[in-house]
Design a protein around this ligand. Structure first.
Ligand code: ADE
Length: 225
């Protein structure tokens, strides 16, 4: 069971966690989500949680006090605090696997132009990026990271779902087909209905390699095979 606390100014953003595989994982006692509104911790009389940056510049920053008190309300030794941010290390399968081993994760969602940097001195916080682009807040990246790590929590997926997928062997996944065998004149490749498992394996490996070469040649330096 992983307990996942999510601190955010926009708790309503997290309804996607209540669907499909993640919701089943909650029902089965594998994950627990606790969504906390940072605004509830603001000591400002108007519950303000943002202010202008010292030194000037565009936009508003999240102030440190509500963040500090919100984190303090859930923090315990051994919990891992994550702040999704484009300045963090980019999420990888390996990172998601590492995160899936924690018993308690705390996600802190930034919004506006960012947060007062002192929060990173007050708690051990790891910043993680989901890619080299900038989103309007940390809510979507938090859900991306949670979705990705949940797949490595025992029991969330069926046991063989992780072995053949993209990146599991350093390559992109091969194409797949299901019924019907022919649709709008398009047929499933013969080899897949031949019943010859050796040939199917060979075909899939070749497809994986070709896809990776043409779409993500950067991955070929990392193949583990
Ligand atoms: N917040 C805004 N953009 C982000 C990104 N690319 N990754 C993680 N958090 C973010």
């Amino acid at each position: 069971m992983i307990k996942i606390d999510i601190l955010t100014l926009f708790p309503e953003s997290f309804s996607p966690l209540k669907t499909s595989i993640l919701d089943n994982a909650v029902e089965n006692g594998l994950l627990e989500f606790n969504i906390i509104n940072i605004r509830d911790f603001s000591k400002d009389k108007h519950k303000k949680c943002d202010d202008y940056p010292f030194g000037g510049g565009a936009g508003m920053l999240m102030t440190v006090q509500p963040l500090f008190d919100a984190i303090n309300s859930v923090y315990e030794k051994d919990a891992k605090i994550i702040f999704p941010s484009p300045v963090g290390e980019v999420l990888s399968v390996k990172k998601a696997q590492t995160l899936s081993k924690y018993e308690h994760l705390i996600f802190v969602c930034g919004h506006y132009e960012g947060v007062d940097e002192r929060i990173f001195e007050l708690f051990p916080i790891e910043q993680i990026s989901i890619g080299d682009y900038v989103l309007t807040g940390g809510e979507l990246p938090t859900m991306v990271i949670i979705d990705c790590l949940s797949r490595f929590v025992d029991g969330v997926l069926s046991s063989d779902s992780l072995t053949d997928e993209s990146f599991s062997n350093g390559l992109l996944e091969y194409p797949q087909y299901t019924r019907p065998q022919e649709f709008m004149g398009l047929k499933v490749p013969d080899v897949l209905v031949s019943g010859n498992h050796g040939e199917v394996e060979k075909w899939r490996k070749k497809q994986s390699l070709e896809r990776t070469k043409s779409r993500r040649s950067d991955l070929l330096n990392n193949t583990q095979d």
